[in-house]
Design a protein around this ligand. Sequence first.
Ligand code: 6CS
Length: 345
Amino acid sequence: MARRRVQTFLLILICSLLGLYGCKSPASEGREWRFALEEIKGGVQDAYAMRFKALIEERSQSEITVSVYPYGTLGTSDQITELVNNGAVHFAMASPGHLGKIIPEVQVFLLHFLLSDDDNINRQIYRELQKMPVFKTLYAEKGLEFLAFYPEGWMAWTTQQPVRRPEDFAGMKLRVMTSSLLLAAYQNYGASPIAMPYSEIYSALQLKMIDGQVNPVFAIEEMSFYEVTDYLIFPRQAQFIGSAVASQAFFERLPASEQQMVREVIAQVNDEIYDVQAEYNRERLEVIAERSDIQMIKLNDAERAAFAEAYQPVYDIYKNLAGERGAALLADVQALVARMQAAQS
Ligand code: 6CS
């Protein structure tokens, strides 16, 4: 904990020296908006931020420029969240898999077998989720302006051993994002999950400190996790959900017209990113297949049902972690999924 505080202090110090940190009013900031990512250049978040940049610069007639900081330039996900909270950066990606430590309710998006199996239905569910007022409140309590949720693809397991049944996880050291719900969920399957930052996964796999990890295909390709694991397993248990946020203090000082511009641009990018992430995940699966002899396993319905059944206690763990508001949110999301599925059938 003390080490993390020192790291964050050093990061803010570096940001100050680079001129990234300050309490200037938007009008005196040289109209540069800084956007920090939890992923490297070329990823889904980069595509999102670059499109945001293009649209903001176009609509403001270049009065505002957006600088994008990919993962590796400013720190881990937790540090990026602190930087946007402090106002050192204006916009950031904050995925629930890490953000859940400070907003436990948002871990609802980490729950397995919550969404539909049908991606067309999920696309509509994501559109509806944006409108739930509770997210604005939850994020605002932590100094964050909630902008949007968006999917980055189905989470896949890359492991050293095949996994077809929950029992196959027994004792497996699986890296998960830094959320207590994820730790509890994989413990519930029988694994020995370990939370660590994204940047440490490759070497931990290489050094056999962990036996596997969980991420969408595009990330498995661009972070080269497929090089250091033998199996790529598709359980279609949950999608990776990202959230775009702004520094609340910064956002509130913007003129209403610019707040409106940001919201409109985010709505447009959020809609467009759905096809982008689907394309990235499709294309990069082909790259993995071409470049490696990793064995791919798609769980069948019966195998998925066994995981879904084994997962049930985790819903109560979520309710304990996320309290009354979390339980209400879960009920709302479940009702939304049921409504969307019924409308399609
Ligand atoms: O596993 C992680 O920590 C990261 N995975 C992705 C796909 N995006 C950001 C996140 O931090």
